[in-house]
Write a protein that binds this ligand. Structure first.
Ligand SMILES: Cc1cc2nc3c(=O)[nH]c(=O)nc-3n(C[C@H](O)[C@H](O)[C@H](O)COP(=O)(O)O)c2cc1C
Length: 435
């Protein structure tokens, strides 16, 4: 399915707001997306470009689950299964993403958004990058990229990412920045799996996709994406990257990062640009959610009956984790905490809850902390460990951070008050209020 086809189903179900009035890619679109979040929005009339823009499409687990036709609880098993049972996508010629092959490269024709006054320039924030290495084969990553001329961008490439590894090994790497993707490709690109695994096969196991050969680089790309920018990233040719807002909604520092030389632009005839607000919920959900299966697996491997894991948006969808377990032994909560920290090294605070707590409800999570937690027995402190480089409060330079876990499960054999929430009588309101 193309993103446009999905947007049409949202329109049929009244689940997307359409902005027909003229609007600028310079701050205005980002402002409207922020105001309407998490509501999907389609901008039909962009001042600076002939192309439409859509955003806020996958801001929470409910929207992602809706796309796949599953429940939120089924996301972790579905993703875990796709990571293990990868499958090869179909290959096609005459792909939708190559309906139009532009003669010359002019990035100014695209509605690349300026999201915030402090931004260093227009930024691609939803770009899925296909790259390859002679030994490892193809890889999929996200890399934001800032435009600084008609055919040049600078990409943020964090050390340790597979793409960074490819650049270090080869110096220069051909790439395809694919923009306008549906969740199977977006989620697969955000998973961190063993180097050498082609994440497009994870995408295909989530929901069948089609691949096509790129026009000027030797790469297989998602055939149904909206836009493709083909070119080459050069490690030693650098440019200022930033400022830009990172996942924690704080302003990232300006760095010297590798240049992306754009050689070819292809797109669908009626292509829709995918906007993604940096630091906001869509960025957060794509970053955090693909880590949940890894945490789930680690807890399960300890023999604990884990029911669900949620990397919460309030914790920048990276630093905070809520875990739901079916407690069988008194130390299950603390064991689950240790396992969860092992499953996500960037996690800073983790909470474990019983099966009766809705871990997607802020109020219920706080209620469990208030009524089932005692700091002298249920708190796990991990002093000065390596944590997330994104956390502004981590020790400058070393990025060491103090982590802690909260066991909010009830005592199995309680001697005091009941831990259960009292239930009010169930009534049929029609009987008292009429039809
Ligand atoms: C919306 C979004 C934007 C991201 N932007 C960047 C980025 O600019 N640079 C980067 O190195 N990683 C970025 N990431 C993170 C990586 O792409 C992601 O962690 C990926 O799983 C790394 O894959 P790898 O293990 O194959 O290297 C972003 C992730 C998301 C979801």
């Amino acid at each position: 399915m193309t993103l446009e086809e999905y947007i049409k189903t949202l329109q049929q179900n009244g689940k997307i707001t359409t902005v027909s009035k003229s609007i600028s890619r310079n701050l205005e679109i980002a402002g409207v997306l922020k105001k309407l979040e998490p509501e999907p929005v389609l901008f039909e009339n962009v001042k600076e470009s002939e192309f439409r823009v859509a955003g806020n499409l996958f801001c929470n687990k409910m929207q992602v689950a809706d796309y796949f036709g599953i429940t939120t609880e089924e996301i972790i098993p579905t993703l875990s299964n796709a990571i293990v049972n990868r499958s090869e996508p179909e290959q096609i010629d005459n792909a939708p993403c190559q309906e139009v092959i532009e003669d010359k490269v002019d990035l100014d024709m695209l509605p690349i958004l300026i999201h915030n006054k402090i931004d260093g320039g227009p930024y691609i924030s939803s770009g899925v990058v296909v790259a390859a290495d002679p030994e490892y084969g193809q890889n999929l990553d996200f890399h934001r990229a800032m435009q600084f001329s008609k055919d040049r961008m600078v990409a943020r490439v964090v050390k340790g990412r597979d793409f960074h590894k490819f650049l270090e090994r080869n110096g220069e790497v051909d790439v395809a920045f694919c923009i306008g993707n549906t969740p199977e490709v977006l989620i697969a690109a955000a998973t961190s799996v063993e180097t050498g695994i082609n994440e497009l096969e994870i995408a295909n196991a989530l929901s069948p996709i089609r691949l096509t050969k790129a026009k000027t680089v030797d790469l297989m790309i998602p055939a149904d994406c909206e836009f493709v920018l083909e070119g080459r990233v050069v490690l030693e040719e650098k440019h200022d990257e930033g400022p830009f807002i990172d996942l924690t909604e704080t302003v990232d520092v300006v760095r010297q990062e590798p240049i992306f030389k754009v050689k070819k632009i292809t797109h669908r005839k009626s292509a829709i640009w995918q906007g993604l607000l940096p630091g906001r919920s869509e960025h957060k959900i794509l970053m955090g959610m693909p880590r949940e299966p890894t945490i789930f697996k680690k807890i399960k491997e300890r023999g604990i009956d884990v029911l669900d894991v949620y990397i919460t948006p309030g914790g920048a969808s990276w630093l905070h984790v809520a875990v739901k377990v079916q407690k069988k032994n008194e130390d299950d909560g603390l064991q689950a905490l240790e396992a969860a920290f092992a499953g996500h090294r960037s996690a800073k605070h983790i909470w474990v809850y019983d099966e009766d707590i809705d871990i997607y409800s802020d109020e219920e999570r706080e209620w469990a902390l208030a009524t089932r937690f005692q700091a002298d027995e249920d708190l796990l402190i991990k002093d000065k460990e390596a944590g997330s480089s994104l956390d502004p409060s981590a020790e400058p330079g070393t990025k060491l951070t103090t982590k802690c876990g909260f066991d909010c499960t009830k005592i199995l054999d309680s001697k005091g008050k009941s831990y259960e929430k009292a239930k009010f009588p169930e009534v049929d309101l029609k009987k008292y209020l009429g039809e």
